[in-house]
Design a binder for this molecule. Structure first.
Ligand SMILES: Cc1ncc(COP(=O)(O)O)c(C=O)c1O
Length: 490
């Protein structure tokens, strides 16, 4: 309750009780129940009287009593506050009150949530933070923050009226134009700005795609192993998840066809398979597109970190090869800029635009405009291109440094899976190691290592650690690897 904000205080609920007692009761129970916090400011008696339409004497009488019992402190002139320590007798009351307020679980059994809500409780958590080898973290210390701030100031100095109203569920046109142009050049996609939807990261892209394309029970191919966020998005709509193994050429399309020929959707990361890193071969791409066309199925292409390839040419997107508008393409600025930006994009086949647009409206209606404006200028003024170029060099250095440290500190039985791309690699663990156990031990010494096995849906799981290097500097790579090696040698 800040100065000026008034909680709803029902003071005329019980005509048999004087007003000041009702007010006293309300404050007492709100303090004991924790709704009002110790040290919090209470509105002045004058404001409270005016708001509640009672006399000031009423409020002062209630405050006097509350002061006397130690619930309020402060004085006229310096303001009134909730007491920093609640009186002892009130604590006893709290217990009594708490017993009365026990959640109904104690009285009526488990409190019901959906099957999905229950299932997701036991799903592995995706680690977040700043620890060494944190996956998905770009080099935030190298981000051109001054340029970004300048653009942010440019767009926030004077809030345009049009930016304050509801906007287009597809996003701001200028931003979509800039993104479309960038993608046409860099990723070889075929699209016009009308097909671009600005979303809050590729996770929302996956979520919307799942809700538009899948009915409960529909089979969906997922790469095995696969990104957990994709598993969740498609599980959330009740899809029947069909894991399809990847090999050196990426998704084994023929295996998928044998296992479940009529899948509604295939979700793939063809540029840089998550998490194993391979690139889908041209043959597999053609096979996949051909299957989708013949079967009337959709392909969701998650191109989450396409910008960073070292020494090898960037591979054109699957979407660019598609002649039947079967591919829904998802990408993100989380890795290339920074994750809290929460800007990603979808390229939607023309005929699906209305459905995607309507489904998007049911969640967040439209993306917030300010950062879209900033991003548009960041792309148009060439900063994005420059930043990508610099980061490619830096990530290559960090990649090589991590590989060298692994080679130096561990036996050759520890195999490295790397595609010379992206911001992470996989350290395979030899027989006898359990990656979840290693990851837990690593967390205890402040090292983040995502166990590879949690990315599998079926029983046969390779054991390994997914190690991010994008956001990790030289010192952290060396120290982190020493700590990890110590755990692995122990
Ligand atoms: C394969 C893959 N897809 C999607 C995402 C989600 O990224 P965001 O929602 O931040 O764009 C990630 C994040 O690490 C990822 O690794």
């Amino acid at each position: 309750m800040k100065d000026g904000f008034f909680p709803p205080i029902p003071v005329d609920g019980d005509p048999s009780k004087p007003m000041y007692i009702q007010l006293y009761d309300w404050f007492r129970s709100a303090i004991i129940g924790g709704r009002l916090r110790p040290g919090q400011k209470v509105p002045s008696s004058r404001q409270l009287a005016a708001e509640l339409k009672v006399s000031r004497i009423t409020v002062l009488s209630a405050f006097k009593q509350l002061h006397a019992e130690g619930y309020l402190e402060g004085s006229v002139g310096s303001g009134t506050y909730i007491a920093k320590s609640i009186p002892d007798h009130a604590v006893k009351l709290t217990l009594g009150d708490a017993l009365q307020r026990l959640p109904s679980e104690a009285q009526h059994g488990p409190r019901r949530v959906s099957k999905l809500g229950t299932k997701f409780l036991s799903a592995p958590a995706i680690p977040r933070g700043f620890r060494a080898f944190q996956v998905g973290l770009p080099a935030l210390d190298r981000f051109p923050r001054t340029i970004w701030s300048r653009l942010l100031i440019r767009h926030s100095r004077q809030t345009k009226k049009e930016l304050m109203a509801y906007g287009d569920p597809m996003g701001r046109l200028a931003c979509r134009e800039a993104v479309a142009e960038y993608l046409r050049v860099v990723r070889g996609v075929r699209c016009h700005p009308g097909q671009i939807m600005i979303v809050t990261g590729s996770q929302q892209a996956l979520d919307i795609a799942a809700r538009v394309l899948v009915d409960p029970g529909d089979p969906v191919w997922l790469e095995e192993p696969c990104y957990l966020g994709a598993v969740r998005a498609f599980a959330a709509v009740g899809a029947r998840l069909v894991p399809v193994r990847v090999d050196q050429e990426g998704l084994d399309v023929n295996r998928g066809i044998k296992r479940c020929p009529d899948a509604r959707v295939a979700v793939v990361t063809p540029s840089h398979q998550f998490p194993l890193g391979m690139t889908m071969s041209a043959t597999r791409r053609v096979l996949l597109l051909d299957w989708a066309t013949r079967n009337g199925s959709w392909i969701v292409e998650d191109d989450y970190d396409n910008e960073f390839r070292f020494g090898i040419r960037s591979i054109a997107s699957l979407q660019g090869l598609d002649t039947d508008e079967r591919v829904i393409y998802a990408g993100s600025f989380s890795k290339v800029l920074f994750p809290s930006l929460r800007i990603g994009y979808l390229i939607i086949p023309d005929d699906l635009i209305p459905a995607f647009s309507r489904v998007r409206e049911t969640s967040d209606i439209f993306p917030p405009p300010l950062h879209q404006e900033v991003l548009t200028d960041f792309i148009r003024e060439g900063h994005l291109e420059r930043h990508i170029r610099r980061m490619r060099t830096l990530y290559l250095e960090r990649h090589d440094m991590l590989v060298a440290e692994i080679r130096k500190q561990l036996e050759p039985t520890f195999e490295i899976l790397t595609a010379n791309a992206g911001t992470y690699l996989v350290l395979l663990l030899p027989e006898g190691f359990q990656d979840t156990v290693v990851a837990e031990k690593a967390a205890q010494v402040d090292i983040s290592a995502v166990p590879l096995s949690i990315c599998y849906l079926e029983e046969h799981r390779r054991q390994g650690l997914i190690l991010g290097y994008g956001g990790v500097n030289r010192k952290k790579i060396q120290d982190g690897m020493s700590k990890l090696a110590a755990i692995l040698k122990a």
